[in-house]
Design a protein around this ligand. Structure first.
Ligand code: ES4
Ligand code: ZN
Length: 323
């Protein structure tokens, strides 16, 4: 029997929970909430999953979020994701959520958090651990981030960290420095998307301005040898998302993906799914595809799985269980 890369026990560290909204669930929630999607059918929506860059994806991603309105919606969304993840060997999942995208539409922060936490609590009964990372939208006014952050401080026990996402180029991290400093002082972890479409200077910016402990994507880090040295020396994990990079045209094809070069450079790389409903696969499919594309052996796959656990924010006890 061949080794099944898909089922490798692992941690998922780069997953936007809103990016797990499958078209079928989007239409079910639209009907439940009396919301109109700008597509006539599941097939028509799926046919729109053809992106030219990050922004073309984000436009659809934010449009589909309109169907998420109640605590129950967020619970159902996360429950569906966690069920699927568990079936693919995910034992620990850290979920980004874009609170600003919901509060801006009049959805209560407590309903977003509460629904996601309900699903994580249920998943814990099945042996799947995890946590929530409050992600700020780097292309939106800092005042919106501050308003969400003020609310989040009333729910610190339910958040493991803060993150930064959305349109990267032209939106440097600096304006979020104050929030991230405060979050870190309160004991939260800090991560940031960088080096996805933007160059290595965005990775330096995330490290220096935000104190980011992990870099989400970071694929363009290889363009700066000094940065690579720094990331290797400091063992900064990079949460790489192969399908995402192909679908958003950050790389031409999977064969052109820098994952093997990143591994050869000694970077602490993990493989993740980003927005799996939109990009063609979950963590298991991403791992399986790179395993096949780059003929990764058992040792390299075991390294990727081990990296995902060591780069996670699970407790040391939990990491030992997952090792
Ligand atoms: C995202 Cl792929 C990606 N990049 C940046 N921000 C995002 N939010 C959701 N998916
Ligand atoms: Zn992402």
């Amino acid at each position: 029997m061949t080794f099944d890369a898909m089922l490798l026990p692992k941690a998922e560290l780069h997953l936007h929970i809103e990016g797990t909204l499958e078209p079928e669930l989007a239409f079910a929630l639209a009907a439940r909430n009396g919301v109109q999607l700008p597509f006539a059918s599941v097939e028509e929506l799926r046919a729109a999953y053809s992106f030219t860059d990050l922004q073309s994806f984000l436009d659809l991603y934010y449009a589909c979020m309109e169907v998420l309105r109640t605590r129950e919606d967020f619970r159902d969304l996360a429950a569906a994701y966690l069920r699927r993840a568990a079936a693919e060997g995910v034992r620990h999942a850290e979920l980004f959520f874009d609170a600003q995208a919901h509060t801006a539409r009049g959805v209560a922060f407590a309903d977003v958090m509460g629904g996601l936490q309900d699903a994580l609590d249920d998943a814990a009964l099945l042996g799947l651990s995890g946590g929530l990372i409050l992600s700020f939208l780097r292309d939106q006014p800092i005042e919106d981030a501050e308003a969400v952050w003020a609310e989040a401080k009333g729910h610190l026990d339910a958040i493991i960290g803060v993150g930064l996402d959305s349109a990267e180029v032209g939106n440097p991290a600096g304006k979020f420095e104050g929030i991230f400093a405060e979050a870190r002082a309160l004991g939260l972890h800090a991560v940031a998307h960088a080096g996805e479409e933007g160059g290595p200077e965005y990775v330096w910016d995330a490290l220096r301005s935000l104190g980011a402990e992990r870099i989400d994507h970071g694929i363009r880090s290889l363009e700066d040898p000094e940065l690579v040295r720094h990331l290797v020396d400091q063992r900064v994990p990079l949460t790489v998302c192969p399908f995402s990079n192909v679908r958003l045209r950050a790389v031409d094809t999977l064969a052109d993906h820098p994952l093997p070069a990143m591994l050869r450079a000694g970077l602490h790389v993990t493989v993740n799914s980003d927005d799996p409903a939109y990009f063609g696969g979950y963590a298991g499919e991403n791992i399986e595809a790179v395993a096949e594309q780059f003929a990764l052996g058992r040792e390299e796959l075991a390294l990727l799985a081990r990296n995902s656990v060591t780069a996670s924010f699970a407790s040391e006890e939990r990491k030992a269980e997952l090792a």
